[in-house]
Design a binder for this molecule. Structure first.
Ligand SMILES: Cc1cc2nc3c(=O)[nH]c(=O)nc-3n(C[C@H](O)[C@H](O)[C@H](O)COP(=O)(O)OP(=O)(O)OC[C@H]3O[C@@H](n4cnc5c(N)ncnc54)[C@H](O)[C@@H]3O)c2cc1C
Length: 318
């Protein structure tokens, strides 16, 4: 039996991100382990109500008397590292998101322990994690040695399973002091105002073929009737058709929605690296030889400027 930690991420509206649930499920795989949710800068009681449905037994509300933890990721990492030691956590899980990659790596460096990111499977009995390599061309099973390690899970790559229990909230103070060397003064929200891509069940993405920012409107219209979020390829982003926060791929976001619809996207390996774990992939492309057709579950050869509006109208009609 071991204590397993899960770093919980919340949305801008302070809600527990759905993507955490698969991470908690992964953390609960080992027999008899106790799951600790580590919460910083969010409402631990509200978090408890949600995460206990997935098997979390203890919710640790991490704060510090000597520092405002919201003011710097460095301070958060120091507090988390202390919490890991204090609660004798053997594996610290988190999301391989922008925040997770930053915080988990900092905690790993402070504790000087091994870390594996972008995992799509974990075996806590063997201390192994499965992750993609080389932009998704291969995957490897990594065996970790040592008493403590850190594991970042690809958002939504592991299906969440409910395992209801009654959790307890523990308020815990880290002995972190603010040296004043770094302070986050402002966080700018993304321009789109849409759901975070890693939280979306359906994503409709546009590529270079969109041709302009204005043309993305047909994707937003379709997304609205489907309850989807809109993403883009790097070419679409580099050409200024969509903001970087919408980029899917090796140098963008990693997503695993239930349905991913690629519109006018060729299917380059770097794009595929970010969406290959989607449960169902559909592609619309006017070139029947486009590589995306070798990688999708459903392919439609056609002009996206005809297909997407027709799809929107069909969904509206029900
Ligand atoms: C280190 C590195 C990192 C990278 N990271 C990323 C990343 O994170 N994400 C990413 O996406 N890319 C990334 N790339 C770039 C990647 O290699 C491709 O260049 C890029 O994904 C291509 O984008 P695209 O498919 O939108 O454009 P194109 O390759 O230009 O493809 C456009 C497609 O649209 C089709 N098309 C044209 N008109 C229509 C129409 N009217 N209707 C339907 N289909 C149409 C064409 O047949 C074509 O298949 C990276 C590259 C490198 C080297």
């Amino acid at each position: 039996m071991a204590n397993i930690g899960v770093l919980i991420e919340t949305t801008d509206d302070n809600e527990v991100k759905k993507a955490n649930f698969g991470v908690i499920t992964a953390a609960g795989e080992g027999e008899g382990n106790e799951i600790f949710a580590l919460v910083i800068n969010s409402d631990a009681e509200a978090c408890k109500e949600v995460v206990q449905e997935y098997g979390v037994q203890k919710v640790i509300e991490v704060s510090s008397d000597g520092a405002d933890l919201s003011s710097s990721p460095g301070l958060q990492a120091m507090a988390l590292a202390e919490a890991v030691k204090n609660f004798d956590i053997k594996v610290l899980f988190g999301l391989t998101s922008a925040q997770g990659k930053d915080l988990l790596a900092r905690v790993g460096a402070i504790l000087n322990v091994p870390m594996v990111l972008d995992c799509i499977g974990v075996n806590l009995n063997e201390n192994t994690a499965t992750k993609f390599h080389f932009a998704g061309k291969t995957y490897a099973k990594v065996r970790v040695t040592g008493d403590l390690w850190i594991c970042g899970i690809r958002p939504n790559a592991i299906d969440a399973r409910t395992s209801s229990c009654e959790a307890e909230v523990i308020s815990w103070q880290a002995g972190v002091q603010d040296s004043g060397r770094m302070k986050v003064t402002e966080i700018k929200k993304g321009e789109t105002g849409q759901t975070d891509l890693s939280e979306a069940d359906i994503i409709i993405s546009g590529g270079n073929a969109m041709g302009s920012e204005e043309n993305f409107k047909i994707l937003y219209d379709c997304a609205e009737v489907m309850g989807a979020a809109v993403g883009g390829s790097r070419s679409a982003v580099d050409n200024g058709f969509a903001p970087h926060s919408m980029q899917v791929g090796q140098t963008g976001k990693t997503v695993s929605p239930k349905l991913y619809i690629a519109c006018g996207i060729s299917g380059a390996i770097q794009h595929f690296a970010g969406m290959k774990t989607s449960k169902v992939i559909a592609a619309i492309n006017k070139d029947p030889e486009a590589p995306i057709f070798n990688k999708c579950d459903y392919g439609l050869v056609g002009d996206l400027f005809e297909v997407v509006p027709a799809l929107t109208e069909a969904i509206k009609r029900g």
